[in-house]
Design a binder for this molecule. Structure first.
Ligand code: NAD
Length: 244
């Protein structure tokens, strides 16, 4: 395979697993990260064990200038971007009564504006190639809402609107745009919750467990593959039946 996937925020959690799963399929990986650290080195090494190239590209997705640089560096290195996975995301949970304007804006800027920034920087290359896959990581709370997450839910709902609108704009150029909406997945984002709370939430899920990064990455793998060539503008929930 001679394909290139750019994954944002890919040094740990769901992004890391997406990078590893696509590397196993033979994709060369452009791995976006924000800060150099041990996680980055380890992830890079694990990706390269699959005999593919891994190009680590630094940048903050909430900065448009950084995103233009990220896209340019990846195209300089590999000549193209076949698959973009907008995965980078943060939470700053708080009831609205106590949420600061900064906490609201920061979450929107990373999750939603970040998705715009990277996509806008990458899409011209895909338009020229007349092919591409864009997979945006939303969340079930972007559909259902969640107390304490007005900022995060708004950003993830925004990603769904963005995905559907862009899917309509670029379908004629053979660029497919879909979103994945994970439910409750075991990563450092959910590790902050107490074990009792995690157990309580797991009980409410029909499949009676939290999801794994692999559960999400396998759906991304499908959406990046030729097997999904008639699917665009969709939101695929990976939530063990949590939201129906
Ligand atoms: P995580 O915190 O482990 O990973 C998030 C990654 O994004 C980190 O590598 C972080 O460095 C990176 N990142 C954050 N801000 C960035 C920025 N400005 N620029 C570049 N990178 C940045 O969390 P995760 O659970 O792996 O989350 C991955 C995605 O999945 C997020 O978009 C998250 O909202 C979404 N999601 C997670 C869950 C869950 O239960 N864990 C559920 C639904 C959706």
């Amino acid at each position: 395979m001679d394909k290139v996937a750019l994954i944002t925020g890919a040094t740990r959690g769901i992004g890391k697993q997406i990078a590893l799963t696509l590397a196993k399929q033979g994709y060369n990986i452009a791995l976006n990260y924000r800060k150099e650290n041990e996680e980055l080195e380890q992830t890079k090494k694990q990706i390269e064990e699959n005999k593919v190239e891994c190009f680590a590209v630094k940048g903050d997705v909430s900065s448009f200038e950084d995103c233009e640089q990220i896209a340019k560096q990846v195209v300089d290195k590999f000549g193209k971007i076949d698959v973009l996975v907008n995965n980078a995301g943060i939470t700053k949970d708080m009831l609205l009564m106590r949420m600061t304007k900064e906490d609201f804006e920061q979450v929107i800027n990373v999750n939603l504006v970040g998705t715009f920034n990277v996509t806008k920087s990458v899409i011209n290359y895909m338009l020229k190639a007349r092919s591409g896959r864009i997979i945006n990581i939303s969340s079930v709370v972007g559909i259902s809402g969640n107390a304490g997450q007005t900022n995060y839910s708004a950003s993830k709902a925004g990603i769904i609107g963005f995905t559907k609108s862009l899917a309509k704009e670029v379908a004629s150029r053979n660029i497919l745009v879909n979103a994945v909406a994970p439910g409750f997945i075991q990563t450092s984002m959910t590790d902050v919750l107490k074990d009792e709370i995690k157990e309580e939430i797991a009980k409410t899920i029909p499949l009676k467990r939290m999801g794994t990064p692999e559960d999400v990455a396998n759906v991304v793998k499908f959406l990046a593959s030729d097997d999904s060539s008639y699917i665009t503008g969709q939101v695929i929930q990976v939530d063990g039946g949590m939201l129906m």
